[in-house]
Design a protein around this ligand. Structure first.
Ligand code: 13P
Length: 252
């Protein structure tokens, strides 16, 4: 049975002392009896990963990176490999965030290589994808999502999907305050699950967690998470404040 997951993507926020304060606030506030078998993941920036890993040792909070290079080593100034991340105890990595796709021109093909590299290092991948406002206005959202999944993910063998989490993040809802309605999220999540059923099988599509991301806040989280194919959220802005993040965790 698939798990519920709440993940916080801290993006390029928090220096070391702020990151420590945030993770301590989350750790102290997580009440096991209230989290309902939910995984909690936080994704700080590279420089703060090791400190956050140390604070979360022996807690249920897991730590993910926000990006990874596709290769294990080499002359790639400024890059970080999966081998380095797993070496400091980071078990998951976000791949394909729309900000990486649009600002750093990461293509579906490059993302496929990043996924392969992370999986080869036994890391779990939180794979993000989502349509732009223009795609949705033109009614192309399903076509765009299918293309993103096909070209980055569907080359993978069935057995590695136990290490994949999907995060549907419509670009028009990220950081804009505009959220997909719970019905729009459910419609897309069901479409994704059906795609997985068609390309793989029902068991795989039933077992994979599909998160929604885009302006999730304490005030709208419960309604979005109540939809049957929404298994949690990837939270940006509201994950930077422990009290908001804890409220979102409790609403699942
Ligand atoms: P916001 O929650 O700030 O809209 O960001 C969503 C996101 O991009 C998470 O990866």
């Amino acid at each position: 049975m698939r798990k519920n997951i709440i993940a916080g993507n801290w993006k390029m926020n928090k220096n070391l002392s702020e990151a420590k304060e945030l993770i301590k606030g989350i750790k102290e506030g997580v009440l096991l009896e209230k989290i309902n078998n939910t995984r909690i993941i936080v994704a700080p920036s590279f420089v703060n990963l090791l400190s956050v890993v140390k604070v979360t040792e022996e807690s249920i909070i897991e730590v993910a990176a926000q990006n990874v290079h596709e290769l294990n080593s080499g002359a790639f100034t400024g890059e970080v490999s999966a081998n380095m991340l797993s070496g400091i105890g980071v078990k998951s990595v976000i791949v394909g965030h729309s900000e990486r796709r649009s600002i750093y021109a990461e293509s579906n093909e490059l993302l496929a290589k990043k996924i392969d590299g992370a999986l080869a290092n036994k890391m779990e991948v939180i794979f993000c994808f989502g349509e732009s406002l223009e795609d949705r206005t033109l009614g192309k959202q399903f076509q765009v999502i299918e293309e993103q999944l096909k070209s980055s993910l569907f080359h993978l063998p069935e057995e590695v999907f136990a290490s994949i989490i999907l995060a549907y993040e419509p670009v028009w809802a990220i950081g804009t305050g505009e959220t997909a309605t719970p019905e729009q999220a459910q419609e897309m999540h069901l479409y994704i699950r059906n795609l997985l059923k068609k390309n793989y099988n029902e068991k795989l599509s039933d077992n994979i967690s599909i998160l929604y991301g885009g302006s999730v806040k304490p005030s709208n989280a419960k309604e979005i998470f109540s939809k049957p194919d929404v298994d949690g959220g990837l939270i940006g802005g509201a994950s930077l404040n422990s009290s908001d993040f804890l409220k979102i965790i409790e609403s699942i």
